[in-house]
Design a protein around this ligand. Structure first.
Ligand code: SAM
Length: 246
């Protein structure tokens, strides 16, 4: 089972999300362990301060190194090995599904959430293995990115979803976007569900879904289609489609 420790100044914000839905149920069922630690509990300052003004001047406050380091050490003392430590940061490598699959195999992850202007560089040098971003924009804190990370990685852990096929057919797993999905009723606002889906013919349904994946990836994310691993049958299908549109 994977254990994730989150170091944050806003543990309640993280808990409020992580006790809900699929991740909440996975935690209850003991499939995933997530602990939220308040960095403020580790300050030795008598006013419980965790931040100070930046050396060199400038706007805002910087999270101090020591409370973060003490929090990290307290977590390490509970674990049989050092956790893989990630600082959620707009300067990091942008999270992808492939990276999430990789992290879902780590036994211990320590996630550090920055706030304000960021974190004293020295503690990052000392404890952080890598920086991960959730996109090229800046949030007020690392809590939402950490929640995005836990949700994305947590649902890939064994037993969290009913079946591995739940995520293996999804967008991004194999570099393509997912085919369109339909549910009851068979006709809604005059729109019919594609006939093949009602046929019960599994091979035809699988082929139709693959073709739809190829088509919508080409329409919505041509950059992904260019990089995707395609079979001969996929290429033949796309070439035929292109011919028809000419
Ligand atoms: N001054 C920092 C900079 O320019 O790189 C940005 C600090 S940001 C206002 C505060 C915190 O939010 C960061 O320390 C980081 O933990 C988190 N954060 C902001 N944007 C993020 C993103 N895109 N991905 C991951 N974490 C982010």
């Amino acid at each position: 089972m994977m254990r994730i420790d989150i170091a944050t100044l806003f543990p309640e914000m993280c808990e409020a999300v992580l006790c809900e839905s699929i991740i909440g149920r996975a935690r209850e069922a003991g499939l995933l362990e997530v602990h939220c630690h308040n960095i403020r509990d580790y300050t030795q300052d008598k006013h419980r301060r965790v931040d100070d003004t930046p050396y060199g001047g400038g706007m805002g406050m910087v999270m101090q190194a020591d409370p973060i380091f003490r929090c990290y050490e307290a977590v390490c003392s509970q674990l049989p090995q050092k956790p893989h430590t990630i600082y959620l940061s707009p300067q990091g490598k942008v999270l992808t599904q492939q990276m999430a699959v990789h992290y879902s195999k780590e036994p211990y992850l320590f996630l550090l959430c920055g706030h304000y202007e960021g974190v004293d560089e020295r503690v990052l040098e000392e404890i952080v293995d890598e920086e991960i971003s959730i996109g090229d924009y800046v949030l007020t804190g690392g809590e939402l990115p950490a929640l995005v990370f836990v949700d994305t990685v947590g649902r890939l852990c064994q037993g969290v979803l009913a079946d591995e096929s739940c995520f293996m057919e999804e967008s991004h797993f194999h570099g393509l976007l997912e085919y369109p999905q339909y549910s009851r009723p068979a006709v809604w606002h005059g729109k019919e569900v594609p006939e093949v889906l009602l046929s019960g013919h599994h091979a035809n349904i699988a082929r139709w879904r693959r073709e739809q994946s190829l088509l919508r990836t080409g329409q919505k994310r041509p950059d992904l289609l260019e990089r995707a691993e395609l079979t001969e049958q996929d290429r033949a299908f796309l070439a035929k489609k292109q011919e028809k549109t000419r």
